[in-house]
Design a protein around this ligand. Structure first.
Ligand code: HXC
Ligand code: NAP
Length: 286
């Protein structure tokens, strides 16, 4: 669906790029000609992904171990990358999440998720942003949020507060840095099967069924669909899109929000027939 040179000469860092959606974006960006850096905490996972993708695609991929919670590590990673050439694109994709009853969470549990999702995104965004502003180099930041960020969600509270912060950061800096060539956007995906997400958030088959029932398309999203949207949003073809959070969930969010949306699953054919106005004879003229 894209020109094969869409991301030629673009240098991209994907945090959490060793697995799941990050890996899928890395693959797509490489196919479109980008040079890709992936970071994460587990060096072996990164190396394995880099080896797999460099064999299968035509771009260049580099694996950089880095914990985004640690500002010093993020700065060192950026210095190392910039020693070759500036990045053009940052994807804030690294995350931590799990379902739990909020009253049972320890302070460390909050810190862990907020540290990865919110502080990690801040660290990487500021590290790139400052370098771009200093050298008047244009840049694009795309963060991966979640559909519950604007409304909150029970049982994933550390993630919900963090993703809400990520979206606020996106909208704020889109305005503050927009006049200096930096674009900020986010994608809010609905459920997309990845080992990392589904093992922690939908640990029972029953929960998967529930999630499918909540979706008008009655299916999950795919890594390829997410990667294609990301490729468009970081490409120069979307240069006028700035400060947006694009939901990609098959309409799941809207189905949950609509007062009468569940009627299609609750009312039977007979119920609908019974609700219809009864056909009566010719009406009077007044
Ligand atoms: C309650 C938990 C917990 C759980 C961990 N903790 N898991 N508490 N319920 N299920 C607590 C621990 O007891 C500990 O607190 C604290 O959190 C830190 O845990 P650690 O294991 O020491 O932390 P760490 O090794 O840094 O691991 C971070 C993590 C882990 C977030 C807990 O799950 C992780 O590494 N996740 C990375 C990948 C990931 O989560 N991917 C899914 C993203 S999907 P104490 O007090 O005991 O020390 C996503 C999708 C959203 O975001 C939308 C889907 C539709
Ligand atoms: P995933 O495979 O678990 O990806 C998370 C990645 O983040 C892993 O590669 C992990 O690698 C990395 N990471 C975690 N902590 C890190 C840290 N401190 N520093 C650097 N990297 C770290 O899950 P996913 O489904 O692909 O999720 C990717 C993104 O999509 C996340 O932002 C998530 O919130 C979002 N999302 C996913 C879904 C879905 O249904 N899949 C839906 C909505 C939003 P290491 O463990 O090696 O560090």
């Amino acid at each position: 669906m894209f020109r094969i040179d869409l991301l030629k000469n673009k240098r991209v860092l994907i945090t959490g790029g060793g697995t799941g959606l990050g890996k899928g974006m890395a693959e797509r960006f490489l196919e479109l000609g980008a040079t890709v850096y992936i970071c994460g905490r587990r060096e072996e996972v990164l190396k394995q992904t880099a080896a797999e993708l460099s064999g299968a695609t035509r771009g260049t991929i580099h694996a950089v171990p880095c914990d985004v919670r640690n500002l010093a590590s993020v700065e060192t990673m950026m210095d190392d990358i910039w020693a070759t050439a500036p990045l053009d694109i940052l994807i804030n994709n690294a995350a931590g999440n799990f379902i739990a009853r909020t009253e049972e969470l320890s302070p460390r549990a909050f810190e862990s998720v907020i540290g990865i999702v919110l502080m990690g995104t801040l660290h990487a965004t500021m590290a790139c942003g400052r370098r771009w502003l200093k050298s008047t180099h244009p840049g694009t930041v795309l963060s991966i949020s979640a559909t519950y960020a604007p409304v909150g969600s029970a049982y994933v509270v550390p993630s919900a507060v963090s993703k809400a912060g990520v979206e606020a950061l996106t909208r704020s800096l889109a305005v503050e840095w927009g006049n200096r060539g930096i674009r900020m956007n986010a994608i809010a995906p609905g459920p997309i099967p990845t080992q990392g997400a589904f093992s922690r958030l939908l640990p029972h088959p029953g929960l998967e069924t529930l999630a499918l029932d909540r979706n008008p398309l009655h299916r999950f999203g795919t890594v390829e669909e997410l990667a294609n949207l990301a490729a468009f949003l970081v490409s120069d073809g979307s240069a006028y899109i700035n400060g947006e959070v694009i939901r990609m969930d098959g309409g799941e969010f809207l189905q949950g929000a609509g007062e009468f949306s569940s009627l299609g699953r609750v009312l039977t054919e007979e119920d609908w027939q019974a609700i219809k106005p009864k056909k009566s004879g010719p009406t009077s003229k007044n």
